[in-house]
Design a protein around this ligand. Structure first.
Ligand code: OSB
Ligand code: MG
Length: 376
């Protein structure tokens, strides 16, 4: 494929409800969308970087910079044989996985459209419906949290994840368990604890949690191995797993029992496929994480969730939980049984709503190959 143009576009979308994690409270999203043009086809992607560097060092602005100044020039040099080979072409750029993924996943969409196949099939997905969980942020009160859990259970979601941080942990989970003794429940700390909190973390064992996600530092794996040995509850890693090699080390050194796979964090579909295959062979379950994506990133997450190893419900939920209006038509809808049926249309399976996207765009820039110049 000869890549002719890459369009970068920043949109802003207010969230239906604020989303609070151990590192910030968020009211709206700044999202960088990508469009890749080749041979009359267009592929769509999304950078999962947030506006701020609190989940990872990448931001919407660093993604823009890295795509514009390094990724696009590299891809314009010569044709890419296939989407699966793009990550290798970009390997010289260290880190910046979300920037890389924003372009790579668009190329997978483009390639699937060229072949007339649904993206999930082109990726080797095996599921025609995916089970959904939800991630519920820290609230102003436990009552508010209980209300939200009730709403999501009633909507059909099959697993509830709540965010925790020091001061919003043991007692909150105790109240949740009193009211909902049987639901599939887990907690995500987003790196809010250290090994000195071990006594507190041990107390979480009494709540029959499916897992505790990323309790310790974002760049740690080894301290997590100590925690794995101290707790009965399985530890899942998110932030600290950046590629198959860190996944391999985490598994070999006993740092986690489960891995959350996010397309942005691992640099795209090729690496995510490799990681899920490695984890499947090692007997480690994986699930698809979320980054409050717009419908475009959400559709990519649905495709990822159809791969063989993705047996646990992910953080892939309905558009309406996040946005009053999504950037795709139709929006992502979760059935009352808690599953999303996977679209059988070519590519992403959802049509980007270009008119609405234009309305919410705050900046747009087209990067062009010298062979295919355009006026900006
Ligand atoms: O840690 O999984 C996380 C959102 C933003 C950044 C990090 C995380 C999350 C979520 C929300 O938990 C997942 C979603 O609903 O998209
Ligand atoms: Mg997480």
């Amino acid at each position: 494929m000869r890549i002719e143009r890459i369009e970068l576009r920043e949109i802003r979308l207010p969230l239906v409800h604020f989303f609070e994690t151990s590192f910030h409270r968020l009211y709206d999203r700044r999202i960088v969308l990508t469009r890749v043009f080749s041979e009359g086809f267009i592929g769509f992607g999304e950078a999962t970087a947030a506006a701020d560097p609190y989940y990872s060092y990448e931001t919407a602005d660093t993604a823009w910079h890295i795509i514009k100044d390094f990724i696009a020039p590299e891809l314009f040099k010569r044709p890419v044989e296939q989407a699966a080979a793009v990550a290798e072409r970009l390997a010289r750029i260290r880190g910046h996985n979300m920037a890389k993924a924003a372009v790579e996943i668009a190329l997978w969409d483009l390639e699937a459209r060229m072949k007339g196949l649904p993206l999930y099939q082109w990726l080797g997905g095996v599921r025609r419906e995916i089970p959904c969980g939800v991630s519920i942020g820290i609230q102003d009160s436990v009552e508010q949290l209980l209300d939200k859990i009730r709403t999501e259970i009633d909507a059909g979601y099959r697993r509830i994840k709540i965010k925790i941080k020091p001061g919003w942990d043991v007692e909150v989970i105790r109240r949740v368990r009193e009211v909902f003794p049987d639901i599939l429940l887990m907690a995500d700390a987003n790196s809010a604890y250290t090994l000195s909190d071990i006594d507190l973390l041990r107390r979480l064992d009494q709540f029959n949690l499916m897992m505790i996600e990323q309790p310790l530092a974002y760049d740690d794996i080894l301290d997590h191995a100590k925690l794995v040995r101290e707790l009965a509850t399985p530890i899942c890693l998110d932030e600290s797993i950046l590629n198959t090699d860190t996944a391999r080390k985490a598994i070999e050194y006993g740092c986690c029992k489960i891995i959350n796979v996010k397309l942005g964090r691992v640099g795209g579909f090729a690496e995510a496929q490799r990681m899920q295959a490695y984890c499947a062979a090692a007997g480690v379950p994986v699930w698809c994480g979320g980054m409050l994506e717009s419908g475009i990133g959400r559709a990519h997450n649905i495709a990822l969730s159809t791969l063989p190893g993705f047996t646990l419900p992910g953080d892939v939920s309905a558009s309406r939980r996040y946005f009053h209006r999504d950037v795709i038509v139709p929006p992502v809808v979760v059935r009352p049984d808690g599953f999303i049926p996977v679209s059988q249309s070519p590519g992403l399976g959802y049509e980007p709503d270009l008119e609405f996207i234009n309305q919410v765009t705050v900046r747009c820039e087209t990067l062009a190959s010298l062979d295919f110049p355009v006026r900006n």
